[in-house]
Design a protein around this ligand. Structure first.
Ligand SMILES: *Cc1c(COP(=O)(O)O)cnc(C)c1O
Length: 396
């Protein structure tokens, strides 16, 4: 099997698994208890907080452990919104191609009277600091823009956007779930006030993440209850998960350059290979892009059929369209970068990791080329394109 869906989730690293084991077994105490046995777990928790903080270049007390990226996104946004509302500021800026953890949180806030500006994303999948600057108003309480997009892998000019927000004194949150452990993340250097990450996107366990919030920022609870996480996130801490995430984060951050250099030529080989398929195009900028992300649109193809046939050939991949939700809506990300509906339906996301080989890449290129040809030969829609009944969207 070739697992080319690493943006969806990753395999845990051995280091991360081993870091978790003691907390299922010997060190199972509750960190909130007073006896020495619980204190061992408490020490482990604080050790992880300090090490995770070092990876992001922040202070331990600026970190709140969460159940993942979604919870961290929710808490960051709701906290900024509540603080803003107290000062009569109820305007939030984001982009049209955020993850649903951000978009749906904002939709809920809109029902509570917040106004949200969704910045257009350029056709290359990048928003500019100028767009952010132009959109900021007197009543803006938050800018939330993802670090790297989960579908098309484009990397945003986070440091520059952060600088604009600092200058205008508006809080800046970034969903860095796809970035952390893959490209450099440094909250100080990159002018980030709040940031969300999720362990299972960098070879850590599922159900564990963290929220960084610069000191001075008051967080509101999403989960109410006990006094864990400085009373900002109730619930007995997932020590094993936190230990696994911390180990995975340290490991990934220490190998960012090495992994980048391994993956970049493979990504380029994959893009070159798939570009040879006629009437196809890469989605998103080729340069400002995660080293593991390749995302293509093929004219005259249904993404779901493509995925099923690739599965038969042992390739796990993903498509933008939300077939699992029962709707046939194409990806909001591809629509945001201006892909027409009929093309957005025929998308394919392949996300590789540092263990891929040239042989894997060549196998994928061959399989995708065969499957696209096969599906096009059966498609009445494709026949219309060939016969000139419908115009092509892409150049040959
Ligand atoms: C996966 C992902 C999330 C959600 O993280 P979970 O830990 O699965 O809740 C949020 N944002 C982005 C960009 C993601 O890729």
């Amino acid at each position: 099997m070739i697992y080319a869906d690493n943006a969806s989730t990753t395999k845990m690293s051995k280091t991360a698994i081993n870091a978790m084991l003691p907390y299922f077994d010997n060190i199972y105490g509750n960190p909130s208890s007073l006896y020495a046995f619980g204190q061992e777990a408490k020490e482990a928790l604080e050790d992880c907080r300090q090490r995770a903080a070092a990876c992001l270049n922040c202070e331990p007390r600026e970190i709140t452990f969460t159940s993942g990226g979604s919870e961290a996104d929710n808490q960051a946004i709701v906290s900024a919104a509540k603080a803003g509302a107290k000062k009569g500021k109820k305007h939030i800026i984001t982009t049209a191609f955020e993850h649903h953890a951000v978009l749906h949180t904002l939709k809920a806030l809109e029902k509570d009277g917040f106004e949200v500006t969704y910045l257009d994303v350029h056709s290359n999948g990048i928003v500019t600091p100028q767009q952010v600057s132009d959109a900021i108003r007197e009543d803006t309480c938050l800018v939330t823009i993802m670090f790297a997009n989960n579908e098309i892998g484009t990397i945003q000019p986070i440091k520059e956007i952060g600088a604009v927000c600092r200058e205008k004194k508006v809080l800046f949150h970034t969903d860095a779930v796809q970035a952390a452990g893959h490209i450099k993340v440094d909250v100080k250097e990159q002018n980030i006030d709040m940031l969300s990450i999720s362990a299972h996107k960098f070879h850590g366990p599922k159900g564990t993440g963290l929220l960084y919030a610069r000191k001075g920022i008051v967080l509101s609870n999403i989960i109410h209850g006990g006094a864990q996480e400085r009373s900002k996130r109730a619930g007995t801490e997932n020590i094993a998960g936190i230990a696994g995430m911390t180990a995975a984060l340290e490991e990934a951050c220490a190998s960012i350059d090495e992994n980048y250099n391994k993956m970049l030529p493979l990504r380029e080989r994959l893009i070159d290979g798939l570009s040879k398929i006629e009437y196809s195009e890469l989605n998103g900028d080729r340069e400002s892009r995660l080293p593991g992300n390749v995302n293509f649109c093929f004219e005259g193809i249904e993404g779901e059929s493509l995925l099923l046939l690739l599965d038969d050939k042992g390739i796990c991949a993903s498509s933008g369209s939300a077939c699992t939700s029962g709707s046939l809506d194409p990806s909001h990300v591809l629509l945001a970068i201006g892909r027409p509906h009929e093309v957005a339906h025929g998308s394919l996301r392949l996300t590789i990791n540092e263990e891929f080989t040239e042989e894997d890449i060549d196998y994928i290129i061959e399989a995708v080329t065969d499957v696209v040809t096969y599906l096009r030969n059966m498609s009445p829609f494709w026949r219309d394109l060939v016969n000139g009944v419908r115009p092509h969207v892409f150049a040959k």
